[in-house]
Ligand binder design. Structure first.
Ligand code: URA
Length: 250
């Protein structure tokens, strides 16, 4: 929502620390420290307690300077093709997902990452708070992948994926695993995991002796890729965002 008088983006009522992180002043945790240290005033009154909410029209100041959210929060879903990195720039000069989102006017950045060779659903946003919540394992947002693997995994091998695989001396959390189809040379699996360890699906499949040939993320929580083609993106609605949270414990 944009205030027609000032041209500034308006915001919904929200907690002060979240508001400060929306202003790009600090992460939510750092904002809490700033509040505790007495550096933040709301309508001229210094606030040192957590939990206070601010509404449109409130004057928030940080170190004596007005704190104003500059950009409306936007959320984008991209169908990342293989052959792109998910960082904003690449020292090796490879193509990045930023090359695909040139038409987005806000400064968005990827939430979590997909490997160079992995395709599929990637969210980009300028909302740091959302990015933090959806990548933290504590929040258990399920990510669903379709993996084509080499060979014919036995039932026992698939059960190992479900029960947990030792990676980096720590068992992976329970995964949902379904065998979609197979022939003698290849099998196609659907896996849902909520952790986001480095190359996790590839390493889990490798550990049971069935390396991944191709990998695609098809859903985050209850939000699926739908009909987006590789390289295409679209804005997410608040209904889309709810789908991510609703299914997050599923
Ligand atoms: N697991 C992987 O191995 N790679 C990805 O890109 C995502 C999950």
């Amino acid at each position: 929502m944009v205030d027609e008088m000032s041209g500034r983006h308006m915001f919904e009522k929200m907690r002060l620390q979240k508001y400060l992180s929306r202003c790009g002043i600090a992460s939510r945790r750092h904002a809490e420290e700033m509040i505790r240290a007495g550096r933040v005033r709301v309508n001229g009154v210094t606030v040192t307690e957590m939990g206070i909410t601010v509404s449109p029209g409130d004057l928030v100041e940080c170190d004596g300077k007005p704190a104003v959210p500059e950009e409306r929060p936007v959320y984008i879903m991209l169908n990342k093709p293989a052959g792109y990195v998910t960082t904003a720039s690449d020292p090796q000069g490879r193509k990045t997902v930023m090359d695909l989102t040139g038409g987005v006017s806000e400064r968005v950045y990827p939430v979590g990452r997909l490997d160079y060779d992995t395709e599929g659903l990637l969210i980009l946003t300028n909302d740091g708070d959302f990015a933090y919540r959806s990548t933290h394992p504590r929040h258990q947002v399920n990510k669903t992948y379709i993996a084509e693997v080499v060979g014919e995994p036995s039932r026992e091998a698939l059960q190992k994926l479900r029960d947990g695989i030792m990676l980096d001396r720590r068992l992976t959390s329970p995964a949902k695993v379904e065998l979609l189809r197979q022939n003698k040379r290849r099998a196609v699996l659907r896996l849902s995991i909520h952790e986001g360890r480095n190359r996790q699906v590839r390493r889990m499949c490798e550990a049971i002796g069935h390396p991944v040939r191709s990998l695609k993320r098809v859903a985050i929580g209850g939000l699926g890729l739908g009909s987006l083609k590789p390289g295409e993106w679209r804005y997410l609605s608040s209904k889309d965002l709810k789908k991510i949270e609703v299914d997050s414990n599923g």
